[in-house]
Design a protein around this ligand. Sequence first.
Ligand SMILES: NC(=O)c1ccc[n+]([C@@H]2O[C@H](COP(=O)([O-])OP(=O)(O)OC[C@H]3O[C@@H](n4cnc5c(N)ncnc54)[C@H](OP(=O)(O)O)[C@@H]3O)[C@@H](O)[C@H]2O)c1
Length: 302
Amino acid sequence: MWALVSDGYGSVRLDEVDDPDPGPSEIVIGVTAFSVNRGETLQLEAPAPGWRPGKDIAGRVLAAADGFGPPAGTAVVAHVPSSGWAQRVAVAHTTVVELPAQVDATTAAALPLAGLTALRLLRRVGPLPGISILITGASGGVGHYVTELAVAAGAEVTAVSASLERGGRLATLGANVVTDVEQAQGRFDVVLDSVGGPGFTAARRKAYPAGRVLWFGQASRQPISVDFFDWIDGTAGAAIEQFHYAGTPEADAADLRTLVRLVHRGQLRPEIGVVDSWTRTAHVIEDLRARRIRGNAILTVE
Ligand SMILES: NC(=O)c1ccc[n+]([C@@H]2O[C@H](COP(=O)([O-])OP(=O)(O)OC[C@H]3O[C@@H](n4cnc5c(N)ncnc54)[C@H](OP(=O)(O)O)[C@@H]3O)[C@@H](O)[C@H]2O)c1
């Protein structure tokens, strides 16, 4: 079968690889759409031997597991550890989520990694009604989900994006959009930072002295720095909480089912900035790195 593999230069090329060899409790999915996440672009810069990219896939069951899980022909979405950017993928039957007819593969493929991250980030925040949230790097997939879910739950969201155009959908979802952290008015109960570098310090200063700072990414590729003397005024015990979305495969499936249900009910509407053929994945990766894509990037497998 065909699959995307590391080209050794930070991107991907199509290559012929062995078909998956499913175990007894695994099903084979015929992939029709997948998404590209920023994390995968980073992994491609230093690929482990034998690793193939691809975590978020949607498609149809080609071969069911022995007596378990959805039958052949069922539309499904899954979050897999790797190797998802391929025509066919074998996955444990417990980790796939069935799709209702109203949720197409392109939409479903936008959900797993970015959606799980947003859902779990907001759970970590805790009760949302009435709290103020500042989120940086908000024009990507995660930022759109965080904004839609948090606003719906009663939070006041201020979103930082490079331009008002890139932040346009965030504004429609109910966020106050600013193009620089310094423009954010007032102080915040919670700061969610995924950009790192000097922007982190600027964002952190926007939290109330006893406010929370959740650090979940480093899109700038620059580490954060923390100055003790910058942080002593009423902030005794203040903490930076590192966040990583990872869960068990079963927990991923349960939360993915929640995301699919929210989409089905019209309560979550993914921002899909680009849909293109998987033969153009390398171009899409380039565009994602260059901040030319708003929301999720979806590739379709012909
Ligand atoms: N901790 C976790 O478990 C976890 C899980 C998933 C993702 N993440 C991280 O969370 C962040 C958001 O994920 P995502 O999938 O939404 O990513 P994404 O689609 O690539 O969005 C990231 C956004 O960051 C902004 N950005 C600001 N400075 C940047 C810079 N110097 N270089 C590139 N982008 C910059 C860009 O928006 P503007 O151009 O509008 O500024 C971009 O849209 C990423 O950093 C990702 O690595 C973490």
